[in-house]
Structure formats: C-alpha cells, structure tokens
Design a protein around this ligand. Structure first.
Ligand code: FES
Length: 143
C-alpha cells in the first residue's frame, strides 16, 4: 500500500530520526550471487546501528539517530517514471545501492524521482543524507 493516493508504484518516504520506508516490487540481494528475497514494503536502516541491515530494527531510537529527513541536494531525475523493479544491493562497508526508479518524499514536502542507481547512506554519517557522500570510509563503517 502506498503512503499517498497519488504516489507512483515505487515510492519512498523519509522519516525524521528513523528509516526510509520504501514501497514497490523490491528484491534484496544480500551479496553478489546470493538468492534474492522479495518484498512490497521495507524499512531501510539509515542510522548504521541496525542488527538486521539493510533493514531497520528500531536501533535508531537507542543510538539517538538525529536527522530531520530533509534533502539538501536532490539528484538529477532519471529518464522514465518511478516504476519497474527495485533491487537492493548492500555495498560491503558502504552504502545501499538501489537499482531502479522510485519517488522519494522528504519530511518537508519535497518529492523527486531517484534512479537508475541510487546510493543511500546506511552508515548514518553522510553530510548529504539520505545519500552517501563517502563519509563511511572516514568513520570505518563495517557492515
Ligand atoms: S554509507 Fe554513509 S556516507 Fe556512505
């Protein structure tokens, strides 16, 4: 079920101080060559502390993750609508790469389309959340 009646088939929503909720036809490939699991909705960890990465397990509340869920620098929009398959590829010790197009809504009312490849921060330290800016290398993020 989409959050808003006019949302496209693939829609994501940032939450303040918490995960990114993503709806669509979603496959998760835990590592290259591994079988994929399929979902229609996932909550993606943004704080780096989940014990069930790349999914949220509520740890953001325990570690005091603080992020308003805004986006200072939206990406250039891809060609095409926010539909089709979405595939989650966790990059070892780095971001979560999402292959496919999805619309992302921020907590301050922005809506824009991401894709064909989007690198979402999952370490909690990016200066350009919700996207990776390479800070995970400086912080020694391990996942
Ligand atoms: S995963 Fe957080 S900055 Fe890259």
């Amino acid at each position: 079920m989409n959050e808003q009646a006019d949302s496209p088939p693939n829609a994501g929503r940032l939450t303040a101080n918490g995960p990114l909720i993503l709806h669509g036809r979603i496959r998760h490939v835990p590592r290259e060559g591994a079988p994929a699991a399929e979902y229609t909705q996932v909550a993606l960890c943004r704080c780096g502390a989940s014990g069930n990465k790349p999914f949220c397990d509520g740890s953001h509340a325990k570690v005091g993750f603080a992020d308003a869920g805004h986006c200072a620098r939206p990406p250039e929009p891809p060609q095409g609508a926010a539909e089709g398959d979405l595939v989650l590829h966790p990059i070892p010790n780095g971001p979560l790469r999402v292959d496919g197009r999805f619309e992302l809504a921020t907590t301050d009312g922005q809506r824009f389309v991401c894709g064909e490849k989007t690198w979402l921060c999952r370490c909690g330290a990016s200066g350009n959340k919700p996207f990776c800016d390479g800070t995970h290398k400086k912080t020694g993020f391990v996942a």
